[in-house]
Design a protein around this ligand. Structure first.
Ligand code: UFG
Length: 324
């Protein structure tokens, strides 16, 4: 199948491109390289461009299409930044996606796989969180993802576009083959931040909050290996192509690890010692985020294979040591 992948030079997108190419799909990546990296794209053509530029997308589809499917990863992704700049987030993540969708349906794309987030749920009322949990995002980033999910329902009614929205929990790790990995600047996510400290490139790790209502007082998150996420995208495409109905799926391991556990696992796997500073809570963090991912297992046949904490930290550390 010929697939257009936006944001295919980014962290999750570049792993999805690997999964698609390995499964024999023909992939064209559209990425503006604002946060992505040209060298992260393997086995696919890279077109540098903006999702908001409908004319450029139509030209791309004319030159390299027709595409049966699109996967949409291109987005701004930092929760804290979205609180300070909601306009920027609605502009890129909502208005940009709208331009993209209009160009895609005009170009005859039939299937659409969307990168959504657990951030659509906001502060959970219960965990593990099922897909029918109320949506109450607590930041513009999560709101932007919810708005796109709403738009998709109307695009389906009007244009017959069938879609799957994948709500990721905490993506972690790197391609076990070392071809791509996580590379953000500045780095704010937990595991790569701890690894920077382990490598001596950051003075200390900060633990944001030790007075949460959890067993060890630190937040609990559901980490999922990025290559397992990538595999879920490939399966979602197969699901749509074989007649599956439009739907939303959580992607998590269904297991919660505390921030302290993650820090200690990084210490053990890297064999490096580093300073840990206990810091105040980070505004906007929910105490516990754990997915119920039963639906993706049952309906997509998804089986995470690499999502033990040791494997996620080990692959992230191997990637880190390549010296990105
Ligand atoms: N944390 C620290 N120290 C750090 C970095 C993070 O203690 O240096 C803590 C955070 O407070 C949080 C946990 O580690 O409790 C995980 O934080 P991340 O920043 O790695 O990830 P988040 O859970 O905040 O965010 C992730 C995704 C978002 C998504 C969000 C909600 O990155 O895209 O989950 O689903 F919106």
């Amino acid at each position: 199948m010929k697939v257009l992948v936006t944001g295919g030079a980014g962290y999750v997108g570049s792993h999805a491109v690997l999964a698609l190419v390995e499964a024999g799909h023909e992939v064209v990546v559209l990425d503006d390289l604002s946060t992505g990296h040209q060298e992260a794209v393997h086995g696919a053509r890279l077109v540098v461009g903006d999702i908001a530029d409908g004319e450029a997308i139509s030209a791309l589809m004319g030159a390299w299409g027709p595409f049966e499917a699109a996967m949409h990863f291109a987005a701004r992704t930092q929760v804290g930044e979205s609180m300070a700049d909601p306009g920027g987030y609605f502009s890129v993540n909502v208005a940009g996606t709208l331009s993209l969708l209009r160009a895609l349906v005009a170009g005859g794309v039939r299937w659409f796989v969307f990168s959504s987030s657990a951030a659509v749920y906001g502060e959970p009322q219960r965990t593990p969180i099922p897909e029918d949990h109320p949506l109450a995002p607590t930041n513009p980033y999560g709101e932007s993802k919810r708005m796109v999910e709403s738009m998709l329902r109307w695009f389906e009614k009007a244009h017959g576009l069938r879609w799957v929205s994948l709500r990721y929990f905490n993506a972690a790790g790197a391609d076990p083959g070392g071809r791509t990995g996580e590379r953000h600047a500045p780095e704010t996510h937990l595991i790569p931040s701890v690894l920077l400290a382990a490598a001596g490139r950051r003075e200390a790790v900060e633990i944001f909050g030790t007075d949460w209502p959890t067993a060890d007082g630190t937040c609990i998150r559901d980490f999922i290996h990025v290559s397992d996420l990538a595999e879920a995208h490939r399966l979602a495409l197969g699901y749509l192509a074989s007649g599956g109905e439009s739907d939303v799926f959580n992607l998590g391991s269904g297991h919660g690890w505390s921030v302290r556990e993650v820090v200690e696992t990084c210490r053990r796997i890297t064999g490096r010692d580093f300073a840990v500073r206990l810091a105040p809570r980070r505004p906007g963090d929910p105490a516990v985020l754990v997915a119920s991912a039963d639906k993706a297992r049952a309906r997509l046949g998804w089986r995470p294979r690499l999502s033990s904490l040791d494997e996620m930290v080990a692959t992230a550390w191997a990637w880190h040591q390549k010296g990105y």
